[in-house]
Design a protein around this ligand. Sequence first.
Ligand code: Z15
Length: 835
Amino acid sequence: VEAEIPDAQKTAWKKHSASGFTNKEDFEAAAIRHIETTLARSLYNCDEGAAYGGTALAFRDRLIIDWNKTQQSHTFADQKRVYYLSLEFLMGRALDNAMLNVGLKDVARDGLADLGFRMEDVIGIERDAALGNGGLGRLAACFLDSLASLDYPAWGYGLRYRYGIFKQEIINGYQVEVPDYWLDFNPWEFPRHDVTVDIQFYGNVRKYNDENGRQVSVWENGEIVTANAYDVPIPGYNTPTTNNLRLWSSKAASGEFDFQKFNSGEYEQSVHDQMRAETISAVLYPNDNLDRGKELRLKQQYFWCAASLHDIVRRFKKSKKAWKEFPNQIAIQLNDTHPTLAIPELQRILVDNEGLDWDTAWSIVVNTFGYTNHTVMAEALEKWSVPLIQHLLPRHLEIIYEINLHFLQYVERTFPKDRDMLSRVSIVEESNPKMIRMAYLAIVGSHKVNGVAELHSDLIKTTIFKDFVKIYGQDKFTNVTNGITPRRWLHQANPKLSELIASKLGGYDFLKDLTLLHKLEAYADDKQFRKAFQEIKYANKTRLANYIKETTGVSVNPAALFDIQVKRIHEYKRQQLNIFGVIHRYLALKAMTPEQRKKMQPRVSIFGGKAAPGYWMAKCIIHLVNEVGRVVNNDPEIGDALKVIFIEDYNVSKCEIIAPASDISEHISTAGTEASGTSNMKFVLNGGLIIGTCDGANIEITREIGEDNIFLFGNLAEDVEEIRHQHTYEGVLIDDGLQKVFDAIHNGMFGHSDEFSALTNTVVNHDHWLTSADFEAYCKTHDAIDEAFKDQEAWLHKTILAVARMGFFTADRCIEEYAEMIWNVEPQKIKQNGA
Ligand code: Z15
């Protein structure tokens, strides 16, 4: 390709080619140029917003240079690439991350100071890119950071929602949802006006026989919606590799109006069609771990899968390689079942459009896809009704039935006498209406299936997917325990701790090889190191205390034990267990003499998290936390002994302030329900300990850091079913301490008890989540934590050892495991100067 360009053109290009700033002077020049020209501001109306804009645009320019280089180099090298398909990318803010990853944050800080601005204020202007609900979306964001940092040729594909996850406001103690319109100034995206894909919905399937007598299917007469690409650069840490996140936005097919309708006087109809098309990418569905089969959600899924596959296939066809090379060039990872339609879509492209025979096409499909499962909970497993798919995607339904037929024939051959097996594993559930089980389709259409922590990967093999293990064998099923990026979750969120670690380890290499943290074990008994470590924790707690004061008006003492549970509100995550425990503590404090109270370990119980708008029980929990806070925080007898805080609108950027400030964080899901959890990793990496159940990644965290350095409690996953059985047949036994808590609630201590009757009744009636069964152990464990915290030297010993042993939980290790076991891809270094 290079040879075709005339020399004169190359010379002119090279002479003016952008190179990007590396020092303060050049940064200032770039920022001011953007403020004056791109933003049309002057010295006299340059506020913090303009300073943010100028800084972001200056860094964007820098990212683009490396991004172009990376994409060009990947195209020339033509190696296997990874495509990560996720309906959610919970990216948070981009500027701080970009500055740190390219290593120019200090340069920018000095430059901004010259211009009269503080770095922290400028960073704080940016809106979070909140295109996700919780763990699953944040995992995708961490994986993008690791893929780029490790130099893997990889793209993310997602939807460009106009509204991300809603903003949560707490009004009179209740959650109120406010739309998150985040796109009015987003310097991090590049509209690719030339990259569009037409996507079809509805219509019918026409069959005919071609000249060879082969039956051909044509899907036609549908409604067309256009997908427009928006690209977001993903810079790696300390490497020129800058990958791409491509987000699709929906538009009416003709771009503007349907001119025929417009001219024939159907102006309203043409505007309506346009709005209908744009609705597809309008809003993120705000449910976490819950499936609600809405037609628009299915439209989103197909729109995004079809656009992404079209893009991937187009790129492959340019290389002029044989189709059998497809899986050698392309690995596609399905983040949960949300992108499962990509499986029948690729089969459709290969068979209907490219004329491959079914079996050849199917082997390409299976070798291309990998599927990650993130839950065993029935209510979160996706199913779509057959009539809905028939209506929206008639050809895909045929293909799904065909896939199922081939699959069931194979099962029948392998297990000839097991009729039950066929109905159990069928992709089509024979209910009324019939339903397509998306997880089964994903398993059948992928060469590897993985869970996200050891316990979870074992559970899927022994429960929900056990028949599939019999059918395909053990090797198709594997585990990749989740991880987090230490760049954002240590270096960016906790710069002081990162600096202290670097001072002992002789530099920042640990940010790219987190196992190097083990060298900190040598300092667990070092007095000076302990002191420095403790001072950093105190400073981080002070930072959070200031934030709490500003946002809630409540003063909390940074010397108190900070006990934090921040995550989506869900019954299985058991925030109700936490708040009932807090009430139990409050009642105990009230029963004490002032002298006794003084001896108690002061605590701040901090909650945060969003409830899905339709999740009544989760909203009740939020309300109870806020009412308990109102009562406890205003009780003059209690003072600093206990404070209860609900942090409004928990999100990624707030987590960056919260995670470094915990002494204890709560990961207390009913055993067997939390697939992995990832905030557990963030808190320990930042020098806090965990109170947790034997669930998800808690188990591996315990194995790594040592059981002396974690507070585990509660029933085990293997016993949960038996206890639920007892609840059904013998009734629920309410723990004595919990009964006192319920009595206090019923007596109106926290406002009208009707408000909370749903919460207490569900425990009394079924206690599906074992709130009562685990209550006593939970409270006792908190007492043990109080005791342990009093011995600060021993506590520091534990927290330092824990940090030193967290190396395993870097997302870099996850990506290396996926690359080796599932994708079969190699990293590709980008040369500093061109491809
Ligand atoms: C979600 O955030 C998770 C699982 C899901 O099935 C859905 Cl729909 C959303 C979470 C898990 O609950 C959590 O345990 C895990 O750490 C995270 O995915 C990433 O794997």
